[in-house]
Design a binder for this molecule. Structure first.
Ligand SMILES: Cc1ncc(COP(=O)(O)O)c(C=O)c1O
Length: 419
């Protein structure tokens, strides 16, 4: 796995101890049907370490109150913790200012915020929005809904049979009608890492803003939104060892300022009369109602936890895991890896000859191994590879080589059952 980052070091960097890391995750001690859990469904949702659980407990037991509108101790404490979490996320992706971070309920919500707040205001009939074949449905359907509403058109950049974006074809899609680009940083179905920095620079040279769906990137790569120069960057807490129900939309302050609010309600206003409402400043303009306070604070703790391990150590370990798993799987006859891009994050989608992925998932589960099977909310990718579904093993920094061996043994068992 490479990602335009510093050279990856080998697994044995002294700073990274798999045993120590695994000890932080209570759920990894589970047995499923008498077999040790092998959790390879991290792209769907990752697990939560004890320090994040502890932070949630501390918040609920000593700090909980509603934020923003109280003068009492607990409300001020909760507000400070909530805003502190915003600052942690700001530093995590190196945003210029903390007001550029909007808490949402997840990546899906963040993208919908952009299609409503930006798209409905600035995209009109005949305008074109560029997506790629690699997108998750979350980065397709909201744009499709916008395009239908506004009479705009979607253009789709294709991929090759390794699952790599054809960047030349992407560049050819631009014309005078192009008004927006929405692209995934890392494909959830294949693990392909897109060359988003180059894609953003190309779009900006034509005054086209870019949203990057970073749901699958932030758990694996060091992301610097100022370096990428993206206009928007969206991700979810629950794929980053944080809680469900929390996500982040980063937007450049000047762009967020120009946008309309998405949801109306409390806290997103400065004043309300029945004649007229004036809106709050960013990011509060986009955070209507009581926000997911505990979840945001939990995300802040998750970011602290991940940064303490270090993104370089995480990337290096996951790179070793992916290389090892790829080599092991390539040795199996009757197994095909789907998605063989040169630049990949820790995802291995595969097909076993003569066995439907759902059967693969069910039989692996009997071995205690959790993989995801299905279309992974990426049906255009499945269509490209002419498969209805794949089995997907997705790795996190707390997975080890022994677990990869268990997966390979599990696949052999599946093959025996269907022989
Ligand atoms: C690339 C990508 N984008 C968006 C999403 C949607 O994330 P959420 O369901 O947390 O909103 C996912 C979830 O799997 C994803 O992998």
């Amino acid at each position: 796995m490479t990602a335009g980052r510093t050279a990856l070091k080998s697994l044995s960097t002294p700073a990274f101890s798999l045993e120590r890391v695994r000890a932080d995750f209570p759920i990894l001690k589970l047995e499923i049907g008498g077999k040790p859990l092998v959790y390879f469904d991290n792209a769907a949702s990752s697990q939560m370490p004890q320090p994040v659980i502890d932070r949630l407990v501390r918040y609920q037991t000593t700090q909980h109150a509603n934020v923003n509108r109280g003068v009492h101790f607990l409300s001020e404490t909760a507000t400070a913790a909530y805003e502190e979490a915003r600052g942690k996320v700001q530093r995590f992706i190196n945003a210029r200012e903390d007001r550029e971070l909007v808490f949402t309920s997840g990546t899906t919500d963040a993208i919908n915020l952009v299609t409503h707040g930006y798209g409905r205001k600035f995209i009109g009939p005949g305008d074109e929005i560029i997506l790629t074949t690699l997108e998750h449905h979350s980065n397709i359907v909201p744009w499709q809904m916008l395009a239908e509403d506004k009479g705009a058109k979607l253009r789709v950049a294709p991929i090759n049979d390794a699952g790599e974006l054809l960047v030349d074809e992407y560049e050819k899609l631009f014309n005078a009608h192009t008004k927006f680009v929405a692209v995934t940083h890392v494909s959830n179905a294949l693990g392909t890492i897109n060359p988003v920095k180059r894609m953003i620079a190309f779009a900006h040279a034509r005054d086209v803003p870019v949203l990057v769906d970073g749901a699958q990137a932030v758990p694996h790569l060091a992301v610097d939104v100022q370096d990428l120069d993206c206009d928007f960057y969206a991700f979810s807490g629950h794929k980053l060892c944080g809680p469900t129900g929390i996500g982040v939309l980063y937007g450049k302050a000047a762009v967020l300022e120009r946008m309309a609010p998405f949801k109306g309600g409390g806290d997103m206003i400065l004043s309300v009369t029945f004649e007229k409402t004036t809106y709050n400043t960013i990011p509060h303009k986009f955070e209507a109602g009581t926000p997911p306070i505990a979840a945001a604070i939990g995300l802040g703790a998750a970011v602290d936890y991940i940064l303490a391990i270090g993104m370089d150590a995480i990337a290096a370990h996951e790179c070793d895991l992916l290389e090892y798993a790829t080599a092991q799987m390539n040795r199996l006859s009757g197994v095909r890896i789907v998605g063989t891009a040169a630049q990949k994050a820790a995802v291995l989608s595969f097909m076993i000859d003569g066995v439907h992925p759902h059967d693969v998932g069910t039989l692996l589960n009997q071995e205690g191994i959790a993989v995801r099977t299905g279309h992974h909310c990426a049906q255009p990718v499945m269509r490209h590879f002419r498969v209805p579904a794949t089995s997907r093993a997705s790795f996190a920094f707390y997975n080890g080589m022994a677990e990869v061996d268990a997966l390979i043994a599990g696949i052999r068992t599946v093959q025996k059952v269907f022989a």
